[in-house]
Design a protein around this ligand. Structure first.
Ligand SMILES: [Ca+2]
Ligand SMILES: [Ca+2]
Length: 479
């Protein structure tokens, strides 16, 4: 089998190279877990310091209206890496692993597609939710380094997931897991450039996912005395359906009222910004290493996060909403032939798979549901009538256009926000007759059918279940 695979790879490689008459570009694929728009180049928090991500954005296309297709790790990553919508696969929650169910176990992932077409694929850190998919990579580097221990340093939240913690740690940066990942990737790049094959290097950072820890150096960037908190509106939830309010309550995270009463809001914001700056420095470490190789001018860099994160916006914490602070993600594509610019057209992570195929001149894959962003890479302000779709549980969808966000839940309740006048999504316009025609048009663009959750999904009985622990949110509300 290895021999046959080698023949296939050589044939694919030869064909691709012959048709192009040049070396195929390499891909460096950098994922950051739970990073929202609190990045300098996205402006989500006015004090965010991320000079390395900003520098990457300044030499590539910064998609500043990019959105995930699902608002939690597993289903977001599966959607992106399989190039299929949650409503198509039935993958809506934190489980199952897509390789463990009949409907998706034979799917070819993004890195696997590159592997099948002559690329050497190598990875470390969190790309897939859970262990790296063995079929996708020639090499999987194990995680190393400190991530957390059992000593919580902040507060014990009532009924919370043990991962929920934040604060400054004394662990040296060099001993932490994400640092080790970046260190490995920097060395791996040197090895990969010596290979005869093009490479696809996938690097996944675990921060700023909870527990949100960073060392003093990064906390010192954000003194609490001058730290700005996100804007909130005390009456914000009053124009939402009960379903919306229930769905968006994280079953394992803190309540906003608890964060305020325990004087932890500012501390958590500080921790999140500190972790972002730490990860940003590690992105810089990888890109500096890349720049020191002969592959620098022939490598496409893609940087993305699997979904955003609320830190009090709309009186919510973490993800699991269909609002801007959860759906919006960093997405930067830089590389040969890509001219620097900002693109504000709505796009999705699902579009990355067909984009990379086109940029690397691999054969088109006909079953992908995303759309190549190559036209926007060439002309970022061109017409683009495709809204970005995000789904949380069957039949709960949101569409983001240039100007609006429309949400429709499975109980029929709706929300509409005008981002030109209301970037915080405070005023629900869905019942305003002036927008009836717009809503009618947007409704037509929702998936016409929605697959049932895959067997083995925790939370499959109802999207109102928190899949992490099977607790019904209504019960949580009563506590
Ligand atoms: Ca995540
Ligand atoms: Ca409101």
């Amino acid at each position: 089998m290895p021999f046959i695979r080698a023949i296939i790879i050589l044939a694919a490689f030869a064909c691709s190279s012959a048709s192009r008459g040049e070396e195929p570009p390499n891909v460096v694929f950098i994922a950051i877990d739970d990073l929202n728009d609190w990045v300098g180049c996205l402006g989500g928090h006015p004090q965010a310091q991320t000079p390395n991500i900003d520098a990457l954005a300044a030499r590539g296309v910064n998609f500043n209206n990019a959105h995930c297709q699902a608002p939690i790790c597993n289903c977001s990553r599966v959607s992106m890496l399989l190039g299929k919508l949650p409503s198509t696969t039935g993958m809506y929650f934190l489980s199952p692993n897509f390789r463990n169910v009949d409907g998706t176990k034979h799917e070819v992932t993004l890195p696997q597609y590159f592997r099948n077409h002559g690329y050497y694929t190598s990875t470390c850190g969190k790309i897939f939710h859970g262990p790296a998919d063995a079929a996708s990579f020639d090499h999987v580097e194990p995680n190393r380094g400190w991530r957390r221990d059992n000593q919580k340093i902040s507060y014990k939240l009532p009924k919370s997931n043990p991962l929920w913690d934040w604060g400054q740690v004394d662990v040296p940066d060099e001993e932490q897991r994400d640092f080790k990942t970046a260190e490995w990737a920097s060395t791996e790049l040197l090895k990969l450039t010596e290979k005869k094959q093009p490479f696809f290097l996938a690097v996944g950072f675990h921060l700023p996912h909870v527990p949100i820890y960073a060392s003093k150096k990064w906390f010192d960037l954000y003194p609490q005395e001058t730290l700005q908190l996100p804007a909130t509106l005390a009456t914000d939830l009053e124009d939402l359906s009960e379903y919306s309010q229930l769905l968006t309550l994280n079953p394992t995270g803190p309540r906003h009222s608890w964060m305020q009463e325990n004087n932890q809001w500012k501390h958590a914001v500080q921790s999140y910004l500190a972790a972002n700056s730490f990860v940003d420095s590690l992105v810089g470490k990888i890109l500096e290493s890349l720049n020191n190789t002969s592959a620098a001018n022939n490598t496409i860099v893609v940087l993305w996060s699997d979904h955003g994160f609320h830190l009090g916006e709309k009186l919510r914490w973490a993800k699991r909403t269909l609002w801007e602070e959860t759906t919006r993600v960093p997405l930067i594509i830089a590389g040969p032939g890509i001219h620097p610019s900002n693109c504000s057209r709505p796009v999705g992570l699902i579009d990355v798979f067909p984009t990379l195929i086109e940029l690397c001149d691999l054969p088109a894959k006909s079953d992908l549901e995303g759309q190549s962003l190559q036209p926007l890479l060439q002309n970022p302000s061109r017409k683009w009538n495709r809204p970005a779709l995000t789904t949380f549980g069957p039949n709960n969808h949101t569409l983001r256009t240039d100007h609006f966000r429309y949400i429709r839940y499975s109980d029929g309740s709706e929300e509409l926000y005008d981002h030109q006048t209301d970037p915080n999504e405070w005023k629900n316009l869905a019942t305003d007759p002036a927008h009836a025609a717009l809503i009618s048009e947007l409704k037509k663009q929702l998936p016409p059918s929605n697959s049932a959750p895959l067997p083995g999904s925790k939370g499959s009985d109802s999207p109102l279940y928190g899949e992490a622990d099977g607790v019904l949110l209504q019960d949580i509300m009563k506590k």
